[in-house]
Design a protein around this ligand. Structure first.
Ligand code: C2E
Ligand code: MG
Ligand code: MG
Length: 436
């Protein structure tokens, strides 16, 4: 029978190379410390991951790797004093727990640790210049202790992704988004605002006219707006996509847009309503049913509704996307290729796309009328689109000169501030009446 004494258990939780307690011990310790009564000081985690440790192991062998870990651990312990709480979490990762008076104090300590790690070190016949990625997280009142550890790990990973040899504080990590880089904390705030907007009915659609070369109204694009705190679609759509909220938002805008299409139809307007559909929404197995339900509830003719899909979706060979494309066509709803020219497809792939409309992205339009190369590309897209039986629309047209160049290039219709900005339903109906 196996007898586990207190000493045996303690020995098992100590890493033999560094003398630091291991990962499990760290989880236990942080749970204990988090229970202590609140004080001026905050429990803070610094998570350290050595950069390029695998290369040391590969070039110096595992013994060399162990020696490096031993030396780095000794430096860390010497820097903070023996009584502080160090843990070895994984091969090349350490955690330090401490009580800090303010974030500055922790950042100074992290910076000193980074300097300490960076002192050159002799290993076999090599001089190594070690670097590390550090993540900091301060325990939030009421937070689950393991979540705080996870945030520190996440911040360390973010430091690694940014190239290593740096410190990242949780909530200040840079995360890539569709429109560039933003702070993780900002993203959480936008997500929160979005939840509030959904719960309190603060979302609505605005409509922007798409005008044909002969001046008639070809269609209107439905664009989502969030009333609370004025967050723009450029901010909230990518976050809705990341969090899965886009499915709920998309189903709502499909029904809302189809209902407006019915009102336009009743008002004797032939123009259709274009509704943006995200990749996540279009990849759902129940998408055809959702579309049928929206058409039925809105009691609208399918040809009055158009779906805008980004070009990359058409290149998606997954069976679910292909089934949904076919099912959408079968309903009689029209399909547009949105933002054409910004994805990775080339002109040759257009032959495989069966869409009714092609929308040239604003990126090409802004260069007009002066950039002759942009003009040549737009002319080629317009010609090809037309040959393949599609109507070609240019997006984001702001000036008369741009519109003239686009019409000369063979574009069929124009959408942009030159005619009107996106506007609420009533304003659009008034805009249509006034044009007559
Ligand atoms: P998009 O589908 O390409 O929509 C066109 C965008 O260009 C709109 O931005 C519109 O306001 C803007 N725009 C139109 N004319 C001009 C112009 O002359 N100059 C400039 N600078 N911009 C112009 P918005 O409304 O901010 O929407 C951004 C993107 O958010 C949309 O791009 C679409 O991808 C997405 N989005 C908007 N509403 C929805 C929605 O209901 N569902 C989904 N899935 N995505 C949506
Ligand atoms: Mg669109
Ligand atoms: Mg677009």
């Amino acid at each position: 029978m196996l007898h586990l004494s207190h000493q045996n258990i303690q020995a098992a939780s100590i890493d033999p190379i560094t003398g630091f307690p291991n990962r499990a011990a760290c989880f236990n310790k942080i749970s204990q410390l988090a229970k202590q009564p609140a004080s001026e000081k905050r429990l803070t985690v610094i998570w350290i991951g050595l950069d390029r440790f695998k290369r040391v192991n590969e070039s110096c062998g595992h013994q060399g790797g162990d020696l490096l870990i031993f030396q780095i651990a000794s430096r860390l312990r010497d820097r903070t004093g023996h009584h502080t709480l160090w843990f070895r979490m994984a091969g090349d990762e350490f955690v330090h727990l401490s009580w800090a008076e303010d974030p500055d104090q922790t950042e100074k300590l992290a910076s000193a640790l980074l300097d300490e790690i960076g002192v050159p070190l002799a290993l076999n016949n090599l001089t190594l210049h070690p670097t590390a990625s550090l993540g900091i997280a301060a325990f939030e009142p009421g937070e689950f202790p393991h979540a705080c550890l996870e945030r520190a790990d996440h911040a360390m990973q973010s430091a690694k992704r940014a190239g290593g040899n740096r410190i990242v504080t949780s909530g200040k990590e840079l995360v890539p988004g569709r429109l560039g880089i933003r702070l993780a904390q900002d993203e959480l705030q936008i997500e929160n605002k979005l939840h509030l907007a959904i719960d309190h009915g603060k979302l609505h659609l605005q409509y922007q006219p798409i005008v044909a070369a002969d001046g008639s109204l070809l269609s209107v694009e439905a664009l989502m707006r969030c009333n609370s705190d004025q967050i723009s679609p450029g901010e909230f759509i990518p976050i809705a996509e990341k969090t899965g909220l886009i499915i709920r938002l998309g189903e709502w805008s499909l029904l809302e847009g189809a209902t407006f299409a019915r009102r336009l139809q009743s008002a004797g307007q032939k123009s259709s309503v274009s509704i943006n559909i995200s990749r996540a929404q279009f990849s759902m197995p129940h998408f055809p049913q959702t579309l049928h339900a929206a058409l039925l509830c809105a009691n609208v003719a399918p040809e009055q509704v158009e779906l805008e899909l980004t070009e990359s979706l058409f290149m998606d060979n997954s069976s679910i996307v292909q089934i949904n494309l076919r099912a959408t066509k079968d309903t009689g709803v029209r399909i547009s290729i949105d933002d054409f020219g910004t994805g990775f497809s080339c002109l040759a792939t257009l032959k495989d796309i069966h869409a009714n409309k092609l929308k040239i992205d604003r990126a090409f339009v802004v260069a007009l009328p002066h950039d002759r190369r942009a003009f040549s590309v737009v002319s080629a897209i317009a010609r090809l689109g037309q040959d393949l039986g599609m109507l070609v629309v240019a997006e984001g047209v702001e000036s008369r000169e741009q519109a003239d160049a686009l019409l000369e290039a063979g574009v069929h219709a124009i959408q942009g501030y030159i005619f009107a900005r996106p506007m609420p339903e009533d304003a659009l109906l008034k805009w249509i009446r006034n044009r007559k």
